[in-house]
Design a protein around this ligand. Sequence first.
Ligand code: THU
Length: 133
Amino acid sequence: MDYRVLDIDKKLMQEAIKARENAYAPISNFRVGAAILTESDEIIVGANVEISSFSPTSCAERNAIFSYFSGGGRHFTKIAICGDDDNTFPCGVCRQVIYELSPEAIVFIVNEDSSYKVFNIRELLPNGFRYEL
Ligand code: THU
């Protein structure tokens, strides 16, 4: 999408790269970091956490978003994601979570070398399901 990147976006992307260091991924060894930008320009980070019975494993994106919501936050506008592979895109479940909680969210897919791609969540989850809350 056509988007002019701001200084705060660059900071958000750097925080996602840094957050990846906190990943607990003993099973896949694939680390992911995420950082969300809140309505008050606060940055909240998350990293993936893996559990050996698999289903409790939690993605970086959801850890960041749920940390924010469970602290009482409700509005975030942007999310940056950095995985161990170049161009690590959010999984389908995380796309649904992002869309449902921030239907206009801007998504930055960031690489270790700070290169990035920008999307609107609607591009990543076309015709997504959502109740009008
Ligand atoms: N993972 C994320 O944290 N975010 C994604 O969007 C893709 C996958 C994690 C889950 C698991 O710990 C590891 O990456 C390998 O799938």
